[in-house]
Design a protein around this ligand. Structure first.
Ligand SMILES: [Zn+2]
Length: 231
């Protein structure tokens, strides 16, 4: 196999991830970090962190610039010859442009996160984080989840309620269950907590949903989503 093939790269990535999360891998990482912190780059990093936001040095400086004395000092500098030169300098303009650009990026990111797809992407990320150490497969993609929501017309898969905030429910709870399209369904908060870690049949009886119909619809959803993906 060629070293540069994407499949090979992915395989190596997965192997690395598995190793780094294992007991042995974590111990190796801890030892490496300890050693790195003693190197010159590590010492520079520690010094910068000490003086960065949250450090006493940084807080004291910030307090000074916000005080009357600090503000007066700023004004004196701005009104001085050197201050005027700095205000007009390319350096200052570049700094202002950078501030503006980062505000624009923040704004766009906020907009994306409020879209349906943005929410789905974040949902997957949070599930991955929370369950990193569990022995579950994690290949549910945001697109699959969106397709699932669409198939169920944004209704709860158990009680068929519409217009409620939907959560991601694992049919078989994680560990032993997986975070895959075969094991997730949209559920309203009430059904999700009623079901908890119990088998789904009990909940279906409680909300008056036919067990046969429930599985029929779920299988149809899987077929539709996987067929759409293969196409
Ligand atoms: Zn429900």
């Amino acid at each position: 196999m060629r070293r540069s093939s994407p499949a090979r790269k992915r395989q190596l990535q997965l192997a690395h991830r598995k190793y780094i999360r294992s007991e042995k891998g974590r111990a190796w990482l801890r030892a490496w970090r300890k050693k790195w912190l003693q190197s010159s780059a590590g010492k520079r990093y520690l010094a910068a962190r000490k003086r960065g936001p949250g450090s006493s040095h940084y807080r004291a400086k910030q307090k000074h610039w916000l005080s009357a004395k600090g503000k007066a000092g700023c004004k004196r500098f701005r009104d001085s010859e050197a201050g005027k030169r700095y205000t007009a300098s390319a350096e200052r303009q570049a700094y202002l442009r950078k501030l503006e650009a980062s505000a624009r990026i923040r704004e766009r990111r906020g907009q994306y996160r409020r879209t349906e797809r943005g929410r789905a992407v974040r949902l997957q990320a949070s599930h991955r984080r929370r369950n990193r150490l569990k022995n579950a497969a994690f290949d549910l993609t945001p697109d699959q989840w969106l397709a699932m929501l669409q198939f169920y017309e944004h209704r709860c898969a158990y009680c068929d309620a519409a217009g409620k905030k939907l959560t991601l429910d694992h049919l078989t709870p994680l560990d032993p269950g997986d975070h895959t399209i075969q094991n997730v369904l949209p559920a309203c908060q009430s059904c999700n907590s009623k079901k908890s870690r119990k088998p789904v049949e009990g909940l279906l009886t409680r909300v008056g949903c036919s067990v046969v119909e429930f599985w029929k619809k779920r299988d149809a959803a899987l077929d539709a989503i996987l067929a759409q993906e293969a196409a």
